[in-house]
Design a binder for this molecule. Structure first.
Ligand SMILES: [Zn+2]
Length: 176
């Protein structure tokens, strides 16, 4: 039986150049955050210090990434407020995924450094991969299939709506 130990160990292959300057220019996380094109960039939520986007090459439907706006590779370089917000956004992401896709479990993880499997090692990000019973069975098949942009845009829209429902409800945790 196939086991998926670390589904977030996946290169984000839409990457023109791994040698990004330290200022973050040419970094897809910095670029997407700076652009006013959240629909096209599959950004589903923006917090004060970090933002949430769909992975363009997902392991599963609803595979999200949370990245700080500030360009840094080091977890120990993050301010406390940013660290807290990333985890708060992970909680919100779980709730939004719950509403939108009803997953049965989640994998959360970070790859720090290229040797650890980071596709974009210069700008750290937390992967959130929703899981369903039996999904490892079709993952190898899925991995060879190009996910249609329409499907991703549809997922992004559903997640934005689910996120909004949560924000309009009571009991939401926010660090903003
Ligand atoms: Zn960056």
């Amino acid at each position: 039986m196939d086991r998926l130990y670390a589904p977030w160990r996946m290169a984000y292959i839409d990457q023109p150049d791994k040698d990004h300057p330290a200022d973050g220019s040419g970094c897809i996380f910095c670029d997407k955050a700076a652009q006013d094109a959240d629909d096209r960039n599959l950004i589903v939520h923006r917090g004060a210090r970090a933002f949430v986007l769909l992975n363009l090459f997902p392991y599963n439907n609803g595979h999200l990434m949370i990245a700080p706006y500030r360009h840094t590779a080091r977890l120990d370089d993050l301010e406390d407020a940013v660290t807290l917000e990333i985890m708060a956004l992970a909680q919100q992401a779980q709730a939004a995924l719950e509403r939108a896709f009803h997953p049965q479990g989640y994998n959360l993880g970070m790859n720090l450094g290229a040797v650890a499997g980071a596709g974009i090692a210069d700008h750290l990000h937390l992967h959130i991969v929703p899981r369903w019973n039996g999904d490892t069975n079709f993952m190898p098949v899925l991995a060879d299939v190009k996910v249609l942009p329409d499907a991703l845009e549809n997922s992004a829209r559903k997640l934005r709506e689910a996120w909004g429902e949560r924000e309009n409800g009571s009991g939401g945790r926010s660090v903003e």
